[in-house]
Ligand binder design. Structure first.
Ligand code: ACM
Ligand code: ZN
Length: 553
């Protein structure tokens, strides 16, 4: 044995977690389905793959088309979608909508059966057929020949002529209805095509919310027709680092999404039954907007789009009615673009210094009988909630919106631990759980070189251990916990770093948010993950390889 080989073997032994040494199961799906039973026999998937869908169900037709496209790309086999009744070719995969129960709403429940005669995915809900389709995609990917790399078909990949799938029956439905990922496009601009790729990856993991963080101190990213300077000025900053791209003709770093871009992303997500929830930050984290329109601050500025990371003192003036007119105009355009029932308005990390020194803010407090600046923040959020509710939308804010009194129908996203989640649920408000302790995917995940320093530490196992519903809630209060989000902040994660930060921790959070508590199992997850990482590799995801020593600091 040469020294190099010995070193390689030792390194490999060190990097494979011990509990993963056993064979992974023949069907290794992430997130783990509620129920999965192996059945006798196999099914040979051959060309042409025909995905049949019921006539008239538009959403299921779109799912059939997408599934056919995805399977063709992954397997190299011809695939097409067609209407089930009167079809000329027998179906390989039948998508069925059980309309008797359709009134039940978006359950996302599905049944997938693979047997010698074919594949059937049935659901009482179009979203369920899509979720079942992604479980099938994972099973197909697991059984592709090792050497085929169909995502790059012109690289001489081996194209299989048939793929042998084990028979199985999967009966599945999600534990939580909110299974999300936040993507911060303010600190770094994330190109539209990359956002679509993450939407595909969310869908593969049966997640259903993309929380699109669109405005920050360091960049305003969404075109607003009534206020063009938001993107002319606010979308660009003097570069933070020399390497940062893209730059404009003046050497500024940044970018923004046109309203057409936004519509395109929202439609792309909707076809995959993923809701895009926009976040327009206020009253804090708004320096990019104030650089464009300093009249909506307390001091009048001037400001520049922030180039350093942190929390800025200059925020929207809460005493100026024109600030609210501005925000109402912005939100009106946002509401037109996003069908989401929920609109996120931030509310976190808003220093109160400027408000304390501002005549208008102090006058507002006096006129409204507000006892301190926390109540002024509460006034701010309540006033914005009324704007949203007049248009039939619901407000979400970070847990700081609890301070000074919660807006009547607000949903609280708990990030500074779970106290905010508990307080909100106890007072009858809905909750999204995303504490730094388990959900901050910008944190370091190991000890290796290249990990972000001066950040928190969040190894894979800790993500997997997360319990989104605090134990001390009553069953009635617990119903307010809608689900979780993994938060991908990007101060230290430009676009080429995102895969590494997100995967495989997002796989763990996907399982936490989908799988019933009873089927969660860390050892089993690690085994399934060995299979799943190969899937991610085929898809070109540059994930982080979890290390066995990374459990605890
Ligand atoms: C946050 O991390 N400031 C919500
Ligand atoms: Zn003010």
């Amino acid at each position: 044995m040469t020294t190099t080989l010995a070193v390689a073997i030792t390194l490999q032994a060190l990097t494979v977690p011990q509990s993963v040494a056993q064979e992974p199961p023949a069907i290794a799906v992430i997130p783990r389905p509620a129920e999965l039973r192996a059945a006798p026999g196999t099914f040979r998937l051959t060309a042409p793959i025909v995905v049949a869908h019921p006539a008239g169900a538009e959403a299921v037709r779109a799912t059939a088309t997408l599934l056919a496209e995805q399977l063709a790309l992954l397997t190299g086999l011809d695939a097409r979608a067609q209407i089930a009744a009167g079809a000329s070719a027998p179906a390989t995969i039948s998508l069925r909508l059980d309309t008797r129960e359709h009134a039940a709403g978006a359950s996302e429940r599905y049944e997938l059966s693979i047997g010698p005669e074919g594949i059937v995915i049935s659901s009482d809900d179009p979203a369920g057929t899509s979720r079942g389709g992604q479980t099938l995609v994972q099973i197909v990917m697991q059984h592709l020949p090792d050497r085929s790399t169909p995502h790059v078909p012109d690289k001489g990949a081996e194209r299989p002529t048939a793929i042998e799938l084990p028979s199985v029956v999967v009966r599945d439905q999600p534990r939580y209805r909110w299974r999300g990922m936040l993507l911060d496009c303010g600190r770094h601009f994330v190109p539209k095509e990359l956002i679509k790729r993450y939407i595909d990856l969310l869908a593969l993991h049966r997640m259903n919310v993309l929380h699109w963080h669109l405005t920050e101190d360091q960049g305003w990213r969404i075109e607003i027709k009534a206020y063009p300077r938001l993107t002319e000025i606010g979308a660009w900053r003097r570069a933070t680092r020399d390497s940062e791209q893209p730059r404009d003709s003046q050497g500024r770093y940044g970018g923004f999404y046109t309203q057409d871009d936004v519509r395109e992303v929202v439609a792309y997500a909707a076809e995959r039954f993923i809701t895009v929830v926009p976040e327009i930050e206020m009253p804090g984290h708004s320096q990019a907007a104030l650089a464009a329109y300093p009249q909506f601050s307390c001091t009048g500025g001037p400001f520049e789009v922030q180039t350093a990371w942190g929390v800025e003192d200059d925020v929207y003036c809460a005493g100026n009615d024109e600030t609210f007119q501005f925000l109402e105009a912005v939100l009106s355009e946002v509401i037109e673009l996003f069908p989401s029932r929920y609109i996120h308005v931030g509310g976190d990390e808003c220093p109160k210094q400027r408000w304390k020194q501002c005549d208008k803010c102090q006058a507002r407090m006096k006129a409204e009988g507000l006892k301190d600046e926390h109540e002024l923040q509460s006034y701010f959020i309540r006033r914005i909630e009324r704007v949203l509710e007049r248009r039939g939308r619901r407000l979400i804010g970070w847990d700081e919106i609890l301070e000074g009194g919660l807006a009547p129908n607000a949903t609280v996203q708990s990030w500074r631990g779970m106290d905010g989640a508990i307080a909100a649920a106890r007072s009858g408000h809905d909750v999204i759980s995303s504490p730094t302790s388990h959900c901050y995917l910008d944190y370091a995940q190991g000890k290796g070189a290249g990990e972000p320093t001066n950040m928190g530490f969040l190894p894979l196992e800790r993500c997997y251990e997360f319990e989104p519903t605090p134990a001390d809630l009553t069953p009635e209060q617990a119903r307010h916990v809608l689900g979780l989000e993994g938060n991908m902040w990007t101060e230290h994660a430009p676009p080429d770093r995102l895969d590494w930060q997100l995967f495989p921790r997002l796989c763990a959070l996907a399982e936490v948010s989908w799988a019933p508590k009873e089927v969660r199992d860390w050892a089993g997850f690690q085994q399934r993950l060995t299979v799943h990482l190969k899937r991610l590799e085929r898809l070109g995801v540059r994930y982080y390889q979890p290390q066995p020593d990374a459990k605890r600091e």
